[in-house]
Design a protein around this ligand. Structure first.
Ligand code: NAD
Ligand code: TYD
Length: 375
């Protein structure tokens, strides 16, 4: 079968990547989607069970740091687009093991860029069908550093209907000031991507998104970890005083933004993606407790005593808040879900997919796919 486009999505077995792969495979049957993933602890092919037999989907177990392999995949599949999500993504792990983050996030991105350049530059950055090639790099708002908490109690925002906790927001022009090894490695990779545009003319796009939540997120991150702990009546480790603020976006809304930007975004531009949805950790934790307790038929307040304040994360960024006005004005994107709806959907999904959670927490998902793909 001839495909109109051949697109590599890296990190497609991870949380956000699996939603992006599913969206592209189902919405664009004429595209061949090549999921390139190393299957680290965070990669789980069970996230893609429903689409794995689609005729326009291919899985390639590969490490993005392996330049020769990336080059081979680019050539073998006539790749004309890359949506790059593969990364080490958990801040706490980066504090313990920064080398792995530098390797994958910086060197891995560079290896992918260099492979794409080797194949695309000689053809004038156009694919076999004459379409312009595109290297789309998925990054995070954490590269911008941390914002002040000038309104600890929250105030109505001028630019959104939601409460905000400070006067400033991350825009596309905010200076990079990463604090954690994770955000430093992502910032470095963003710089490399832009350098490939400025130096060689590679058609690149970078987006910086706020915290995502939704189905298939690895339960080391706040929302799935806490839903699972509440379900099993285990302590909820709140770092510091729980006063840190994060800006949450439903993962499918991130995937819809990626789809729009991949197709309509302007080369060399940066777009911030976020839903103007700031929450203090302790408030979101109370929403999770309330929702899980209600869905499990427990009385209101039943799990509140699970809240356990623990030593703060080192260098814990105080507040993230994205201003996504540019994306809204230039490309017309808005998130589809209100937070209340998104969190209800998410909690229900985890409660109804206990088998998925058990597989992940027991490590069985790694054993299962060992035989097929793991080395
Ligand atoms: P994740 O940790 O759930 O998934 C990462 C995926 O990358 C896994 O499938 C893993 O196997 C794969 N991978 C890791 N190292 C690899 C390597 N060397 N070669 C090939 N594959 C490798 O991450 P996520 O939360 O889905 O995040 C995806 C991307 O989005 C990351 O680039 C992250 O920085 C960015 N991002 C995440 C968030 C968030 O809230 N999760 C927000 C903004 C941006
Ligand atoms: P996390 O989901 O790790 O995302 P990020 O660090 O990229 O924002 O954490 C979200 C917030 O929740 C962050 O402020 C740290 C806090 N947190 C806890 O308080 N306890 C936990 O066990 C975890 C995992 C996170």
């Amino acid at each position: 079968m001839d495909f109109s486009r051949n697109i590599i999505i890296t990190g497609g077995a991870g949380f956000i990547g699996s939603h992006v792969v599913r969206r592209f495979v189902t919405r664009y049957p004429s595209y061949r989607i090549i999921n390139v993933d190393k299957l680290t602890y965070a990669g789980n092919l069970a996230n893609l069970k429903d689409i794995e037999d689609s005729p326009n989907y291919v899985f390639e177990k590969a490490d993005i740091c392996d330049f020769d392999r990336m080059l081979d995949l680019m050539r073998r599949y006539n790749v004309d687009g890359i949506i790059h999500l593969a990364a080490e993504s958990h801040v706490d792990r980066s504090i313990k093991d920064p080398f792995t983050f530098a390797r994958t996030n910086v060197m891995g991105t560079l290896s992918l860029l260099q492979a794409a350049k080797s194949v695309w530059e000689p053809s004038g950055w156009t694919g076999p069908e004459g379409q312009e090639c595109r290297f789309y790099h998925i990054s995070t708002d954490e590269v911008y550093g941390a914002l002040e908490l000038t309104h600890p109690e929250g105030v109505k925002s001028e630019i959104s209907a939601h409460e905000v906790y400070g006067d400033t927001f991350f825009t596309e022009d905010t200076k990079y000031q990463p604090h954690s090894p994770y955000s430093a490695s992502k910032a470095s990779s963003d710089h490399f991507v832009r350098a490939f545009h400025d130096t060689y003319g590679m058609p690149v796009i970078v987006t910086n998104c706020s915290n995502n939540y939704g189905p298939y997120q690895f339960p080391e991150k706040l929302i799935p970890l806490f839903i699972n702990n509440i379900r099993h009546h285990k302590p909820l480790p709140v770092y510091g005083k729980g006063e840190n603020v994060r800006d949450w976006l439903y993962v499918e809304d991130h995937a819809s933004a990626i789809d729009l930007i991949f197709h309509k975004g302007k080369v060399a531009e940066t777009y911030n993606i976020g839903g103007f949805n700031e929450w203090k950790n302790i408030d979101i934790i109370k929403v999770l407790i309330k929702t899980v307790d209600r869905l499990l038929g427990h009385p209101e307040g039943y799990s509140l005593d699970l809240i356990t304040y623990v030593t703060d994360r080192k260098g814990h960024d105080l507040r993230y808040a994205i201003d996504s006005t540019k994306l809204h004005k230039e490309l017309g994107w808005t998130p589809s879900l209100q937070f209340e709806e998104g969190i209800e959907k998410t909690v229900r999904w985890y409660l109804e997919h206990q088998d998925w959670m058990d597989n992940v927490t027991s490590g069985d998902y790694m054993k299962y796919y060992d035989e097929m793909y793991r080395s």
